[in-house]
Ligand binder design. Structure first.
Ligand code: PMP
Ligand code: GLN
Length: 395
């Protein structure tokens, strides 16, 4: 019989105990504590356009402050459908094929909970974004990694084929890819599509960095490939495209059957997310091309600045073709463990970065790799590089 002296039982269920605290929260807290420059968690240090901010304020004063519809406000659903047509030629019915979510994070969670049952296998590209492992575990699914290897982190199609079993249900993609910055080629996507069609699999495709590609790299949504429109759940978010990561406006597009399945779980996670932001992002999506390309061009210049600086410091740099992030190998500086490197870096140099190994099942592959965010102003990147030069970077 429990008494007042009995220790309460561990409240977290066993399958989620390994999740701990997200590496982004841990490293951002460390940056604050130590006064370090935060090149860890991926958020820009300059907000997106003022007209988009004004649109939120206007929506609040226009009285758009009660629950939006469960699928998202019609203005935003139509704007998302228009965006998919404008950039990719994808035709969508804004009433049945578009669902607004609380960021891409909720979209991923809702899709997993909707489509993965106990013991179902989910093939995910490794290194994977941290919420993938967590939501697969919440759905009681089994994560099956297909590892992307340096220097180019290209897809190993044979490894993908070998990963498919009787229990495979979903292929979870992310392109442009966090943390490696790889952009899957049309040929890779065609190979994935072929596997999905052959084995009757659903592809969940996280495309939050769709507009952040460099050196002319082209983002191809896998939903545009033959046979894929009806078996792809496409996910994106306004956070990265417009530099408002704190607004958490995301979306899911796909066939009515797939979108309905995701809506079924989503409605009991948040029901809906903040209405005024939805109206503002509806306006943002319709802005002219230069709004999309200006950010990309600025980011490309910041990427070049950070990559050149890190290479000068002696790190092996894998120049990314998309996203906010560059991956390096820290072994040339005498380190063999990126996690130890990242934990010591604030004290040694006053800079924070993210270790890759927490994004792997095959941790040995990710052990020497470290991710740095370049979505920061050039002078901030310059200061960070100066700190790295002046601090004790080498082991
Ligand atoms: N997927 C990937 C690959 C990400 O890097 C992130 C982080 N921004 C998300 C999903 C989450 O997006 P959101 O902030 O819209 O939830
Ligand atoms: N997507 C961001 C990154 O990869 C982190 C977002 C978060 O903290 N969940 O840095």
């Amino acid at each position: 019989m429990p008494t007042s002296e009995t220790t309460p039982r561990e409240p977290l269920v066993p399958r989620l105990r390994g999740l701990g605290t997200s590496i982004f929260a841990e490293m951002s807290a460390l940056a604050l504590e130590t006064g370090s420059i935060n090149l860890g968690q991926g958020f820009p240090d300059v907000d997106g356009p003022d007209v988009i901010k004004q649109a939120v304020v206007d929506a609040i004063w226009a009285g758009r402050n009660q629950y939006p519809p469960g699928m998202g406000v019609p203005e935003l659903r139509h704007a998302i459908a228009d965006h998919q047509r404008r950039f990719y030629g994808i035709e969508l019915d804004a009433d049945t094929e578009v669902l607004v979510t609380a960021g891409a994070t909720e979209a991923v969670a809702a899709a997993m909970l909707a489509m993965v049952d106990t013991g179902d296998e989910v093939i995910a590209l490794e290194p994977y974004y941290d919420s993938y492992a967590a939501t697969i575990a919440m759905a009681r699914g089994v994560r099956v990694p297909v590892t992307l290897h340096a220097p180019d982190f290209a897809l190993d199609v044979a490894a993908l084929r070998a990963a498919v079993t009787e229990r495979t249900r979903v292929i979870l993609l992310n392109t442009p890819h966090n943390p490696t910055g790889a952009v899957l080629s049309r040929a890779d996507l065609a190979a994935i599509a072929q596997v999905a069609v052959e084995h009757d699999l659903v592809v969940i495709s996280d495309e939050v960095y769709e507009h952040l590609t460099f050196d002319g790299a082209v983002h191809v949504p896998i939903a545009t490939l033959p046979g894929m429109a009806d078996r792809t759940v496409t996910i994106s978010s306004a956070g990265k495209t417009f530099s408002f990561t704190g607004w958490k406006v995301g979306w899911v597009t796909g066939s009515p059957e797939l979108v309905t399945a995701v809506r079924t779980t989503k409605q009991f996670l948040t029901y809906v997310s903040a209405g005024p932001f939805q109206y503002a992002i509806a306006e943002a999506l319709a802005l002219p091309q230069h709004v999309y390309t200006d950010l990309r061009d600025r980011l490309q210049a910041q990427r070049d600045l950070l990559c050149a600086g890190l290479a000068e410091l002696g790190l092996e740099v894998y120049v990314p073709r998309g996203t906010y992030f560059v991956t390096t190998d820290v072994r040339p500086l005498g380190w063999d463990d990126g996690l130890a490197f990242c934990r010591e870096l604030p004290a040694r140099c006053g800079v924070v970065a993210i270790p890759h190994q927490v994004f792997y099942d095959n941790t040995a592959v990710g052990r020497p790799l470290v991710r740095w965010a370049f979505c920061k102003q050039p002078d901030v990147l310059g200061d960070a590089l100066a700190r790295l030069r002046e601090g004790r970077l080498a082991r």
